[in-house]
Write a protein that binds this ligand. Sequence first.
Ligand SMILES: Nc1ncnc2c1ncn2[C@@H]1O[C@H](COP(=O)(O)OP(=O)(O)OP(=O)(O)O)[C@@H](O)[C@H]1O
Length: 592
Amino acid sequence: MGRARKKAAASKTKAVHAKKAKAAGKAVKKAVKKATKKTAKKAVRTSKKAPAEAVPLPLPEPQVPSDERRATDRPVRHATAEDMARGQREISVAEFFTKNRHLLGFDNPRKALLTTIKEGVDNSLDACEEAGILPEVKVVVAPGSEEDRFRVTIEDNGPGIVKAQIPKIFAKLLYGSKFHRLKMSRGQQGIGISAAGMYGQLTTGKPVSITSKTSRNKPAHHYELEIDTKKNEPRIIVDETIDWPVDRGTRVEIELEAKYQKGRQSVEEYLEQTAIANPHVSLQFVTPEGEVKDYKRATDQLPAETREIKPHPYGVELGVLIKMLHDTKAQTLQSFLHTDFSRVSMRVAKQISDAAKLYERARPSRIARQEADNLFKAINRTKIMNPPTDCLSPIGEELILAGLKTQIEADFYTAVTRPPSVYRGNPFQIEAGLAYGGSLQSDGLARVLRYANRVPLLYQQSACAMTKSVISTDWRNYALQQSNGALPSGPLIVMVHMASVWVPFTSESKEAVAHYPEIIKEVRLALQECGRRLAVFIRRRRKAAESEKKKAYIQKYIPHVAIALREMLNLSERQEQSLVTQLTDVLERSRS
Ligand SMILES: Nc1ncnc2c1ncn2[C@@H]1O[C@H](COP(=O)(O)OP(=O)(O)OP(=O)(O)O)[C@@H](O)[C@H]1O
C-alpha cells in the first residue's frame, strides 16, 4: 500500500470514530437531560420548596446492615494511651484459670472427673505420708443432682486440717504448703484442690463441702465454701462443728459436671496405677453404679521419710539470687551462701566470695546488681558438691516388683532404681520397671506407665520426656521388635518413675515431664538395664521353646526308628520297646 493511500485510509477511520463519538455524546447528553428532568419533576412533587437544579442524581443505596455501615463509614479512631489505660486492670489468678481451665486439666467433663479425683487423692496421700500414717483413702463417685453431674467424695485417715486453714486451702488458688519448699511430694503448686472446687462451682453452682478432724478428742469442722473468683478469696457458706465418728482425717465433696467412663485414662486406670506405685496405700473406690473396688496394700512399710533441702547453688537463676540476697536473714555474704544454700561450707562460701571479688563480710542486702552478677558467675565457676539425696524417696526395686505383680499378670518382671542425679540444681532419681508376657496383649505396641513422685500421668504421653526416652531406646537390642520412632511392640508394660523435689512439668495440669537432657539420659540408662535383663529372659525362653519343638519332633520319630531297626536287625517286640525307652532316655539327657 502506498503512503498516500495509507494516509487517506487513516483519515477515513478517524472521521468514522469522530462521527460515532459525536453520536454517543449526544445520546448521553439526552439521557442525562431526560433523567434530570424526571428527577427534578419528582423532587418538585415531593418538595415544592427545593429548586429543581439543586437535586442531585440519585445514587443506589448500598445494601449493608446499619451497624456495619456505621463502622465502615466512620474513619477508624485509634485508641490513645488513655483509652487503653481505662481498660487496664489486674487479673485475679482465679479469673485467669476460669478462662484457662484446660491448663489445669479441666478441658472436658471426662478429664475433669479424673483431675478432681487425682487432686484429692494426691493430697490425701501427701498428708498421710507427711504425718507418718499408713494411708486409707476412699473415693466415691455418685450420681449428681442432674444427669451430667457427679458428686465426688474423697476421704482419708490423714492428720486433718486446722480449722482456720480450711477456707483458704479449698477456695483460694495458689495457697498451699508445698510450693515454697524443696521436698519430694505429689503436690507442688498449691492450685489443685481449689481448682477442682472452682470447676465444680462453675459448672453446677454448688459449693465445696469439707469435713476435717485433727484428733479423736476434738470435734470435726464442716465447711461449705465458694471461691470469689474476682478476688481469689474464699466465701464461707456454712461453718459448723459436727460429730464425725473417725479419729482424724479429711473428707472433701465436690459436685461437678462430669462424664464417667471406663477404659483408658479413666478413674479406674488412675487408681490401678496409683496402687502399683504406692504399694503402702489402701484404696477403695465406689463407682456410680455402687460397685465397690478394693485396691489392697502390698506392704505395711511407709515410704522412707524425706528431708526438705535448700536450693543448690547451681540451679539458682540470677533473678532468684538477687531476691535471696535481699530477703536473707544472714548478716554476711559468707553466712548467706552457707546457710541459704545446700552443700556450701564456710570454706566454699569464702572461695565463691573471693572468685566474685566481693568482701565475704559484706551485707547481702547491700550487694549491687553488677556484684550479684559477678557472684552468680563465681558460683557457677566454683566446684560444689552435688545436692544431698535424702530428700528423695524412690519406690525401690522390691516394691516396684511387688506393685507390678499385684496389678499385672505377666511371665517376667524386673525393676531398676538409678542412683540420684541432678537437673538445674534439683536432685532427682529415676526408676524403671518392666512386665512381659503372661496376660499382656502380644499384638500392638507396649504400654508405658509414667509416674512423677508416685503419681500416674495419664495424659499427654507423646509430649513427655519419659515417652521420648522409651522411644529412643533401641529395644531391638533386647530381643523385641520396634519400628523407627515408635514404642517397642509385644506383650510389654514399661513403667518409668521420676522422684524429685521439683518435677519440671510442661504445664500446670502436671501431665508431662519437660525434656531435660539429664532426665532423658537417666531414664534411658534405667531402661537399658531393664532391657538387658528382659533380653536374657526372652532368649532363654526362645531357646527352651525351640528345644521343646525339636524334642517333640524327635519323639514323634522314635517309634518309627525302633520299628525300622527291629525289621533290619530281626529284633523281638520287647527289644523294640526297650529301644524306644533307651532313645527317649538319650533325648531327655541331651536336653538337660
Ligand atoms: N486431705 C488433706 N489433708 C491435709 N492437708 C491437705 C489435704 N488436702 C490439702 N491439704 C493442704 O492444702 C494445701 C493445698 O492443696 P492443693 O491441692 O491446692 O495444692 P498442693 O497439693 O500444695 O499443690 P498442687 O497444686 O501441685 O496439687 C496442701 O499444700 C496441703 O498443705
